[in-house]
Design a protein around this ligand. Structure first.
Ligand code: 4AD
Ligand code: MG
Length: 481
């Protein structure tokens, strides 16, 4: 047997006239009494290779097992294709069934399945064109993240996954424990005695690598983390996961404007990288979306194709406005006056809902928007306070179809101000002693942000539900696969 070649490599530079050996999963089998046309995909590319088997040369028994989903190995001469739809085909001389897939039971059929159905078979959905495309793009985006920061001289820092602190102060954490919860050790006051737990204290899965990231930036200047992040928020939306991946750069000597500049450059870099390196997969997803939108009402359509939207983001300057300006726009907007928002905008100080964010991006400005200087009461303790005593140096980037894709801030680097803020927010200073010490010893202005990797993937792939841009989604009530 010849050495097996990946379909991607085979099609890149087809060795016409030579014998090639391909392995993969059958997508379809067509044909007649004399010949079978078998489309094989090995996931290395969205493209299939067409294998042509002259049935005279093979046992019925073998051919019978060539069904959608079966894994096969074929060898034969590669020739220019006679038929339409492919440039080359493989004339099979040897055919082996590596793993049959009983067609009565195999759930993936060569037709369009709904994304909802595919979520129920997340163990097999990587074998579909849509998920193959998504997974290859996801890989390319991971690579591009590291490439961007490496080229900029940032150092990657692994921050812990098990932590004792609540970085966002929102209390949405998953506990990590080895205590016997039928019979936990108790303190004299009758509470669970976490000093006897594995780490000698209460621990959780991290909600953000930022606090430790700051420790890195205040030594290495420019760092980034890219790790799994866990939030036990019970929000069953198309944009929330309980386990997601977040990229968090942290930069010493950056102010809020530097921070916004970096975030905008980063997002454009990633989109451009996808366009330049994931062409076939994006084209497939682009056409998929066009098909899907045909079934939508006019007002539900996005008005741009996926590829146009990606190009558009690279080419536009993100609009930068303060929270206060945004509130004015929203307060005077049509949906607010006509009471079409679910949450009406009335007073300065309210948190924005995704309906408001999407109005600003999709209706008012029609491009990505960076909102900055938020009220301090709706933001985390670590953000730098502005001189107005009302707002903090926060910034959120809002994207079409998504809402918030990035959240960041300039950090409070002033020791006294930070201590006061911890007290105001009832966060015990003892629990943050190590964080506070960075402000006590050689503090420096610094900033950073977090990009939700799956929110980015929603934007790049045009897949609308966050459950479809991660291989194995974790959401309330779902950790099956
Ligand atoms: O705005 P967030 O909560 O910010 C932080 O965690 C900061 N520590 C970041 C920093 O400054 N270093 O989260 C950042 C981003 C959001 O903008 C969103 O894209 C994503 O993380 N995100 C989620 N993605 C999926 N599922 C969830 N439940 C998410 N929560 C936040
Ligand atoms: Mg946020």
């Amino acid at each position: 047997m010849a050495k097996r070649i990946r379909i991607k490599d085979l099609l890149l530079n087809p060795p016409i006239g030579t014998t090639v050996h391909v392995k993969g999963w059958v997508r379809t089998k067509r044909g007649n009494k004399n010949v079978a046309f078998i489309a094989i995909n090995d996931g290395s590319t969205i493209q299939n290779v067409q294998a042509v088997a002259d049935l005279e040369n093979f046992d019925d028994e073998i051919i019978r097992h060539v069904t959608t989903g079966a894994c096969i190995s074929v060898q034969g001469e590669l020739v220019q294709s006679q038929g339409k739809g492919q440039s080359v085909e493989l004339l099979v001389s040897e055919l082996e069934i590596l793993g049959a897939a009983n067609p009565e039971e195999y759930p993936l059929q060569p037709k369009k399945h709904s994304l909802e159905f595919l979520r129920e078979i997340a163990h097999l959905r990587p074998r579909t064109s849509t998920f193959g495309a998504m997974l290859r793009i996801r890989h390319n985006m991971i690579f591009a993240v590291h490439k961007f920061f490496h080229e900029k001289g940032f150092y990657n820092l692994h921050t812990p996954i098990i932590t004792g602190s609540d970085a966002e102060g929102a209390g949405e954490m998953f506990r990590v424990t080895t205590l016997d919860f039928l019979n936990p050790p108790k303190t004299e006051a009758g509470k669970v005695d976490f000093s006897r737990d594995f780490f000698g204290r209460e621990t959780n899965l991290t909600v953000s690598g930022q606090l430790e990231g700051e420790l890195g930036a205040l030594a290495l200047s420019d760092i980034y983390t890219f790790g799994p992040t866990f939030r036990a928020e019970n929000s069953n939306t198309s944009r929330h996961l309980a386990e997601f991946w977040m990229i968090e750069p942290e930069m010493a000597f950056y102010d809020l404007t530097d921070n916004m500049d970096l975030a905008e450059e980063f997002l454009k870099y990633l989109v451009k990288y996808a366009l330049e390196n994931c062409g076939e997969d994006l084209e497939f997803l682009n056409n998929r979306l066009i098909d899907e939108e045909k079934n939508l009402k006019q007002e539900e359509r996005t008005g741009m194709t996926l590829l146009e939207r990606l190009q558009f983001v690279i080419g536009s300057d993100f609009e930068r406005i303060t929270y206060t300006e945004a509130i004015d726009i929203l307060r005077n907007s049509k949906p607010n006056k006509k009471k079409r928002f679910k949450y009406l905008i009335d007073n300065w100080g309210v948190d924005l809902q995704s309906e408001h964010e999407r109005f600003l991006v999709e209706k008012h400005f029609n491009k990505p928007v960076i909102l900055y200087n938020y009220p301090k009461d709706i933001k985390a303790f670590y953000m730098r306070q502005n001189d107005d005593n009302k707002t903090v140096c926060a910034m959120d980037i809002l994207f079409p179809g998504i809402g918030e894709i990035v959240g960041g801030s300039q950090r409070e680097e002033r020791y006294e101000k930070l201590k006061t803020r911890l007290d105001e927010m009832d966060i015990p200073q003892e629990s943050m002693w190590w964080y506070l010490e960075t402000r006590k010893f050689g503090t420096a202005p610094h900033s950073g942000f977090g990009l939700g990797f799956e929110r980015l993937m929603i934007f790049i792939t045009g897949l609308k539900n966050i459950r479809d841009v991660i291989p194995f989604p974790r959401t309330p009530g779902n950790a099956e696969f």
